[in-house]
Design a protein around this ligand. Sequence first.
Ligand code: SAH
Ligand code: SF4
Ligand code: F3S
Length: 440
Amino acid sequence: MTQPRKLFIKTYGCQMNVYDSERMAEALGASGYVPTDRAEDADMILLNTCHIREKAAEKVYSELGRLRPLKDANPDLKIGIAGCVAQAEGEEILRRAPVVDLVVGPQTYHRLPQMEAAARAGGRPVDTDFPEEDKFDHLPRGPRASRGPTAFLTVQEGCDKFCAFCVVPYTRGAEVSRPAERLLREARDLVARGVREITLLGQNVNGYHGAGPDGTTWSLARLVRALAEVPDLWRIRYTTSHPNDMTDDLIAAHAEVDTLMPYLHLPVQSGSDRILKAMNRKHTAADYLRLIERLRAARPDLALSGDFIVGFPGETDQDFEDTLALVRAVGYHSAFTFKYSARPGTPAAERPVLPDAELDARLQALQALITEQQRAAQQAMVGREVSVLFEKPGRLPGQWVGKSDHLHAVHATGDALERGRLARVRITASAPNSLAGVAV
Ligand code: SAH
Ligand code: SF4
Ligand code: F3S
């Protein structure tokens, strides 16, 4: 009997890539590949890449440099580039990196088995189509093995918003929502395999508008309410949302659906109306703040997170002060901050960038404010009792690690803690990026 070939996938970028990597492993599983977590053992290495900021693509090329010796050691090794860099650079990757055997964009993963066979036959296939068919329909269903208590589920992909700085509409294509029935089926299947918390994914997840089983178009709120009926699915989350698609029915779901977790990632990017306009965000800072008020009226303990870009072309000191003011007004549980990175092909790439030292200074100032808010939000949990879904053993004996409803990482000790257990924990201390407590 021949040994099965081994597959190593390295995933960069957003959670959607994490989900896609699992689907690619399943697709190649049907071609006889088994997963490995050691690149040295692999017969196929896939880099599932991200193009969102400049450094992301550079990381891929330097990783390819590190992988080259493995090819000398194993002449059977094939290396593929998937994800958003594959979509953006296409053929260029084959020219720049001779070690690469195949290039596959994010919408054609169902064609991977044929591409793998073509690469084995000596070709260097490239597929960056945006085909009509849904890549997920054609992928084989996963092995029925049990799995950890949390999972991602992509419900919507692509983006029609065209923020002036962003490559996603080009790398992921137009917004497409998957039919609700298929998502419910996939969710039930995940639950049967031990999953208790599902995070619905989409570049504009709250813009979801999928075909419902009743012949109507379902909103994300409708989908969330249907998922809330799935037995043993204890927690539902969704990410990433755009403020302009935060509809009344979704806000109401936060008040009414117990299993919809009180946490929302709602990027605003800037607190300056001038910059928001230049970014093509199509809302003002005041619109955003009003929206937050309505969300908090529906769910007072809602934890908010966001994304911010500092140093967008033309951003003045005053614009940046407006961002700091917005952050102070909101009070985030956490937030991601990025230095503006000019992306080829996006409208903003034509505009002059600010000096890097200025970007660094603004990034630091914003990060300091957000860290302060994050610490305060965590400190406020000390002494309280929270629900934690446990995922893995901690570093200390008897300790387990999981996430609270508000997505805080919690390290806890207690009897009968185990993977997949939902337990009440009294929080006793706050560390920089996690909470500690005792199961009650
Ligand atoms: N669809 C989501 C996330 C897009 S990418 C949304 O609309 O919010 C994740 C984050 O990367 C963005 O929210 C933005 O803050 C950041 N980002 C995107 N393009 C960028 C660029 N060119 N430079 C710096 N940060 C960028
Ligand atoms: Fe990019 Fe804007 Fe679309 Fe988000 S909404 S993916 S930032 S274009
Ligand atoms: Fe990156 Fe593509 Fe996700 S650019 S952030 S991997 S959609």
